[in-house]
Design a protein around this ligand. Structure first.
Ligand SMILES: [Zn+2]
Length: 169
């Protein structure tokens, strides 16, 4: 089942941890979750993919509650509602995840929260993007998840002149 021209429901549900642990409900999400995933694809992922002109890799989309607990996700994670996806981008075999975040800003796409996850501000390990399908909570919050400290720290970012930087306190 296609959620948008380039994204399928299967790839938003795909999860090897769920397969290994026999978490079958991961692959039978409630209808409202499917609706939210569809909105995420239509409003954010598809415009992003079209603009990049190359496929985006979804490493994690929906996470059913059992899977979310198993992988140590936030108890209020947007992944549990089909409202978030973790993304990677490869350009001619070279990983360039920052490109995703920059493209989101360039296009002025709506989002609740975008997180540059791990690594550095120039080279995050993946990009988490969350979209509120009701449209009420798309507050365009940008964060850097710093994995170099324990527990990991979420630091607010600003975007200016094509660059992300830490917000001054
Ligand atoms: Zn995520």
């Amino acid at each position: 089942m296609k959620l948008s021209p380039s994204f399928s429901l299967a790839e938003m549900l795909n999860n090897q941890t769920a397969v290994r642990h026999g978490i079958t409900e991961q692959f039978n999400p409630p209808e409202d979750v499917v609706d939210s995933l569809k909105a995420l694809c239509k409003k954010v992922l598809q415009p992003l993919r079209d603009s990049l002109g190359k496929p985006i890799t979804v490493s994690s989309g929906y996470r059913c509650p059992r899977l979310n607990t198993l992988v140590g996700g936030s108890p209020t994670s947007d992944h549990m509602f089909g409202r978030a996806a973790d993304l990677n981008f490869y350009d001619n075999g070279k990983e360039d995840n920052l490109r995703i975040a920059k493209e989101v800003m360039k296009l002025g796409l709506p989002f609740k929260q975008m997180i540059l996850e791990g690594g550095t501000l120039d080279s995050p390990r993946w990009i988490h993007i969350a979209y509120d399908p009701s449209g009420k909570d798309n507050r365009q919050e940008i964060l850097f998840a710093d994995f170099s400290v324990r527990p990991k720290a979420y630091k607010p970012l600003k975007y200016k002149d094509g660059k992300f930087s830490l917000k001054k306190k």
